[in-house]
Design a protein around this ligand. Structure first.
Ligand code: R7I
Ligand code: MG
Ligand code: MG
Length: 328
């Protein structure tokens, strides 16, 4: 029996839930920080230069620093906590207050936030980024707090995920991918880490939940291949690994399902796919951390996360507050 099963067997359901909330939020942070140094690299370049990314790499900003993915997840959580639920104007304000140019924001998000800064309404800016709105993964990447706060309430989870996405990503695909990522976190929270994940039921729930054919089709592909030995090259050709939401969200869900009982293996695998590595790492970490809980995130990674201001201890605290306001 795996250690995690033994450890969690002795925990009350309530405390295990708290571990899972923290696991999802710090899981996002760890995946983001681990994948950030190779964001944009091809799968081959990562393999040639590093073999595998199993340790935090030194970067100009230092080891274990986070990017826009975590910074926007922090704003999402802050706003949900302060408003005891979703408030679009307030969430947009949190994004603006936290914004740091050097955290590597995507073009669409930068544009939406600058429109809001210049006075545009929070629910109008996202539509003006590109015609039809962006379907980048910049809204899906920040969904952990929504997935955990609404984990028992599918209808509100979808509504809030769509509205929170709209602030920067108004395209139907961007909103659907964000909701699916939040729902994957919710399903992982509901799962019992003391026994093996029911993979078929997990992916079936996501397929049912998806509203667009682009995402449904990719989730169905995951179901077909998840129990077979398929090469990384093939996975990238089927699902994609770019910063487009309907590629990187499925790639993250697949990475979790490939290694449901190991946070480390799931996130290392996610990053090995190349492409949008910080974001695929972050979204895989959010789902895996929600299933396994904080104790299964390697300590050597947690110890290297930046821990000043709004960083490691702060994120831990936000997860605890979400657990408190959920009143579990
Ligand atoms: O989604 P976004 O905020 O970017 C997030 C990424 C993550 O990897 C972060 O780690 C950070 O590095 O940035 O930024 P967007 O510009 O909205 O979307 C990302 C990409 O999706 C764009 O560069 C486009 O390649 C693609 N994209 C689109 N392409 C064509 N048509 C998004 N929307 C469209 C579209 O409508
Ligand atoms: Mg990033
Ligand atoms: Mg990225």
């Amino acid at each position: 029996m795996k250690n995690v099963y033994m450890r969690n067997v002795f925990k009350s359901a309530r405390l295990l839930l708290k571990d899972k909330f923290i696991g999802s939020m710090l899981g996002t942070f760890v995946g983001d920080a681990l994948g950030m140094p190779v964001e944009g690299y091809s799968m081959e370049a990562i393999k040639d230069q590093f073999g595998e990314i199993r340790e935090m790499l030194e970067t100009r900003a230092g080891k274990g620093t986070y990017t826009d993915d975590t910074e926007m997840m922090i704003g999402t959580a802050e706003s949900l906590i302060e408003c005891r639920g979703f408030n679009g104007e307030h969430m947009a304000k949190c994004f603006l207050e936290n914004y740091h140019e050097n955290r590597g924001y995507g073009g669409g998000t930068k544009k939406a936030l600058s429109l809001i800064r210049d006075g545009e309404l929070w629910h109008k800016a996202g539509e003006k980024v590109v015609s039809g709105g962006s379907y980048g993964n910049g809204s899906a990447m920040r969904m952990a707090p929504i997935g955990i706060l609404y984990f028992k309430d599918e209808e509100n989870l979808r509504k809030v995920a769509h509205q929170a996405s709209l602030i920067t990503h108004a395209h139907t695909l961007g909103k659907d991918a964000a909701a699916i990522q939040a729902f994957a976190v919710a399903k992982a929270i509901q799962g019992n880490p003391n026994s093996a994940l029911k993979k078929e039921a997990f992916i079936d729930a996501l397929i049912n939940f998806a509203e667009t054919s682009e995402l449904k089709t990719r989730l169905e592909s995951i179901k077909l291949i998840m129990n077979h030995n398929v090469s990384r090259e093939k996975i990238v050709s089927i699902l994609g690994h770019s910063s487009v939401s309907f590629e990187s969200v499925p790639a993250s869900i697949y990475s979790f399902l490939k290694y449901p009982d190991s946070f480390e293996e799931a996130v290392v695998y996610a990053i090995s796919l190349g492409g949008d590595t910080d974001t695929i790492g972050a979204m895989t970490g959010a789902i895996s951390g929600a299933f396994l809980g904080i104790e299964e995130i390697p300590e050597r990674w947690l110890n290297q996360l930046e821990n000043t201001g709004k960083a490691k201890a702060y994120v831990n605290n936000l997860a605890e507050k979400l657990w408190e306001i959920g009143n579990y």
